[in-house]
Design a protein around this ligand. Structure first.
Ligand code: MN
Length: 287
């Protein structure tokens, strides 16, 4: 019996602006209905950009009702928003942005990265907000490499970076730096060829394993980049074996069990709230 209930192979590759080649790692039309609180996940793959004087990316656009989590593995991004925030996100850094009641932002390659060119390797995940927090004040959490606990296994063959939630090994609990509005664990995991990693899972949460690079084996089946594995929510442990050196992102979260109505950059609970979001955006209430 396998704990992997479903495998989704990215079947949709689009561009977000001129800066972000995006493989959809979760089916867009199901937005969060089987993966709550996680809504969508886009992965650039390891995409090489030539040097440019122009900072590729995506111009000013709104968000409301959820959070965008940007994890950079390689390359450097620059963001700017309607609240006057401005910053960069580089390798092994994470930006956890709470759009809440509304934000306008732009996302570009940093000036330095544009100039040198190179490989952009990053994901952007959308995390839903519970109903009570959808209209919370927008905020940013900039998680630096030093803020994110890195846990090396005893045999030094696996490395887990705890971005959000907790990871326990023996009696030691590592706490991820991201503050979240519902319970979840977000792990950036690297496995050397031949590594074996047992991961404890919270029963009745939604568990997703994104294989970004390499090849892993679970319950005797081999899975490869770039695939998303949906685990049985009743699972309490999964053992991941690295057939080849692998980079995976493991998301596990307590489902919100609230209605999801999504339209473009807005994710709310009802159609009326979506209409309101468009009205507010048109009337300049996001700026
Ligand atoms: Mn955005």
């Amino acid at each position: 019996m396998t704990q992997v209930q479903k495998v989704y192979t990215s079947d949709r590759s689009t561009w977000v602006g001129d800066g972000f080649p995006t493989n959809s790692m979760l089916p867009m039309h199901e937005i969060g209905n089987h993966t709550s609180p996680f809504l969508v996940m886009g992965y650039t793959g390891q995409y090489r950009f030539s040097p440019s004087h122009h900072q590729r990316g995506v111009g000013l656009h709104p968000h409301r009702g959820f959070e965008t989590v940007t994890i950079v593995y390689d390359g450097e991004l620059e963001h700017r928003d309607s609240k006057g925030n401005h910053g960069k996100i580089g390798p092994n850094e994470v930006q956890w942005m709470t759009a809440g009641k509304g934000i306008l932002h732009e996302e570009h390659h940093s000036e330095a990265f544009a100039k040198t060119g190179g490989v952009l390797d990053m994901v952007q995940l959308w995390v839903n907000l519970p109903e009570h927090a959808k209209m919370t004040e927008p905020r940013y959490q900039e998680l630096t490499e030093q803020n994110i606990p890195e846990v090396l296994s005893h045999d030094e063959q696996t490395k887990i970076r705890v971005i959000a939630g907790q990871y326990q090994i023996g009696s030691t609990v590592y706490q991820g730096p991201a503050q979240t509005f519902s319970n979840m664990n977000v792990y950036d995991i690297r496995l050397n060829h031949g590594a074996r990693l047992p991961l404890n899972l919270m029963p009745n949460w939604n568990h997703l394993i994104f294989i970004l690079d390499g090849e892993v084996e679970i319950d005797g089946q081999i899975y490869t980049a770039i695939q998303t594995l949906y685990l049985d929510p009743k699972s309490t442990q999964v053992e991941i074996f690295a057939h080849r050196t692998a980079k995976i992102l493991c998301l596990s979260g307590e489902p919100l069990n609230e209605p999801i109505v999504a339209h473009g950059p807005f994710v709310m609970n009802t159609q009326e709230e979506i209409v309101q979001a468009f009205d507010d955006f048109r009337n300049g209430n996001f700026a």
